[in-house]
Design a protein around this ligand. Sequence first.
Ligand SMILES: C[S@@+](CC[C@H](N)C(=O)[O-])C[C@H]1O[C@@H](n2cnc3c(N)ncnc32)[C@H](O)[C@@H]1O
Length: 189
Amino acid sequence: MMPFNNLGFVFKHFGSLVYSKEVLEDLCLFLKPFSNEESVLDVGAGTGVMSEFAYRCNGALKFTAVDPAEGMLKYAPEYLETHVGTAEALPFENDSFDAVFMGESLHHFHDIDAALAEVVRVLKDDGRLFIYDFDRGTFLGKCVCFMERVFGEPANFYEPSVLKEELESHGFSVTVMKHGWRYTVSASL
Ligand SMILES: C[S@@+](CC[C@H](N)C(=O)[O-])C[C@H]1O[C@@H](n2cnc3c(N)ncnc32)[C@H](O)[C@@H]1O
């Protein structure tokens, strides 16, 4: 397993390097329809890298983060309300959030179906989901997948078309944006 509890300093200072300009543009576009004060949940937030980028797009949103690794969460910015927990058992009431983010975290979840069911549960009726991850159908995606398996991670990487079908089976309408070996998903219930 990756020792995320001890990697907070690394992700705080270098985690943003994994995000490309195109991914950040997609994130801002995703957030464009949101009015102020809407609530967003960053699942597998780590130190809050994706929330920090989202904050630059719209700093008036109410930001919440969940992650099993306290050693990551302790580096989160102060506007991010942090909770220790997993995607498979989110510690929130039904219909709590307008949007959920997953920034290169989905592939770490052990049970993707359980995690997506939890996302649907905590999202409001017209809630939205933004995912950023690596395409296992590409050479670099395969390399990352191999490395993560070496570390004993679940390495649940998808080809975007397969993730699209998985999300649709949970009731989402899905738009995929491919950027080389990386991709984003904007989905809505
Ligand atoms: C590669 S880091 C990404 C962190 C952050 N989202 C970012 O973009 O920098 C993956 C994160 O997923 C978290 N994680 C691992 N298993 C998880 C699970 N079952 N549920 C939620 N988060 C999990 C890890 O603790 C870690 O913080």
